[in-house]
Design a protein around this ligand. Structure first.
Ligand SMILES: C[S@@+](CC[C@H](N)C(=O)[O-])C[C@H]1O[C@@H](n2cnc3c(N)ncnc32)[C@H](O)[C@@H]1O
Length: 327
């Protein structure tokens, strides 16, 4: 494989939350406007499902979800995600923004990233500059958990009332590397293979069996899906190339704490890819009371290498874990 065929699957994720005074974001952030805004990021919309509680878009490089109170943008490759921050905040008055959180894993090839994403310190500086220019949010201390390519970065800014205006939400992000080669083969273009057969053969359809699924198969190889179930969303993106094979899973808006789905979801995700290693990060908008630990999973076959729990300035928490397959 030549250098140019390598694809950076690791995503950059941005979540901007607006106060109720901003009105309904979905009425303002139409597909046409979103497409315009994403041009600067260097990606475009490839598919969409506009459902009752959320507009879910598949992008050429990952996904975007628009709720009435928030927008989540996730892009991979060499995209310039910070370039959409000002435009997204400008959809209403910037002063309506109650929180901004940016997360990403450690890139396979950081040197190929555009500025400022090619340098952790510069990225943090640029993020802070944008926060200061556009909002009155209080920046949180930059977090970096894990080491090497198991790193997980969290940058953010919160208003004083961001906790009360956010509600009780759990976001789960799983980043998987070193995909099992047989399982990765499912995501290559072949005769009689479609996005639907990829969703079924991989086992992705069993993760949230009741979700409405919007999937996209890329030319030659690669797969993306969004799942929607009421206010709950899930999204999976796969770069199956031998060098830098990567898959990500995210879910947001599910009631993991009361519905006890977590124990089913995480092992089912891992079964689709059997990765050599993965990191899992669970964000919770409610204060730490010890119950976040219920959302940790003990996975047979995987050894937990590292575990970190952080309390965020807005009262929420982040639980980070990194795992490696044990033969
Ligand atoms: C599914 S997309 C999104 C990747 C994702 N962030 C991940 O977790 O790996 C990337 C995969 O699609 C392939 N692909 C094919 N055409 C593409 C395009 N026009 N834009 C982005 N990826 C493309 C890439 O080579 C890669 O295998």
């Amino acid at each position: 494989m030549t250098t140019d065929e390598r694809f950076e699957g690791v995503e950059k994720r941005l979540e901007i939350v607006f106060s109720p005074t901003a009105g309904k974001l979905r009425e303002k952030l139409t597909e046409k406007l979103l497409e315009q805004i994403l041009k600067d990021v260097k990606c475009h919309i490839v598919s969409r499902k506009l459902e009752e509680k959320v507009d879910a878009y598949l992008l050429s490089t990952s996904s975007c979800f628009v709720y009435d109170d928030r927008v989540i943008v996730k892009t991979c490759g060499e995209t310039e995600i910070f370039k959409c921050i000002e435009s997204l905040m400008g959809i209403t008055d910037h002063q309506n923004v109650v929180s901004v959180v940016y997360t990403r894993g450690g890139f396979f090839w950081p040197e190929r990233q555009p500025f400022p994403h090619n340098d952790d310190i510069e990225e943090n500086k640029e993020f802070l500059k944008l926060l200061e220019k556009l909002t009155k949010l209080k920046p949180m201390k930059a977090l970096c958990m894990g080491t090497g390519n198991k790193k997980w970065h969290v940058l953010g800014g919160f208003s004083g009332d961001s906790l009360t205006s956010q509600g009780d939400f759990v976001t789960v992000e799983v980043s998987m590397r070193g995909l099992d080669r047989e399982k990765a083969k499912v995501f290559y273009e072949k005769e009689n293979v479609t996005k639907t057969t990829m969703t079924e053969e991989s086992g992705i359809c069993y993760i949230f069996p009741n979700a409405i699924i919007d999937a996209h198969a890329f030319d030659k190889c690669g797969y993306s899906m969004n799942g929607i179930e009421g206010k709950g969303i899930s999204t999976i993106h796969v770069s199956p190339e031998d060098e830098g094979s990567f898959a990500s899973f995210e879910s947001f808006g599910y009631d993991f704490k009361n519905e006890k789905k977590f124990e089913h979801v995480i092992p089912t995700v891992l079964k689709c890819f059997s990765p050599k290693q993965f990191t899992m990060t669970v964000y919770s908008t409610v204060p730490l009371e010890g119950n976040e630990l219920e959302l940790k999973v003990d996975l047979k076959g995987y050894k937990c290498l590292e575990e970190k729990i952080h309390k965020l300035d807005n009262g929420g928490s982040v639980v980070y874990q990194s795992f490696e397959f044990e033969a």
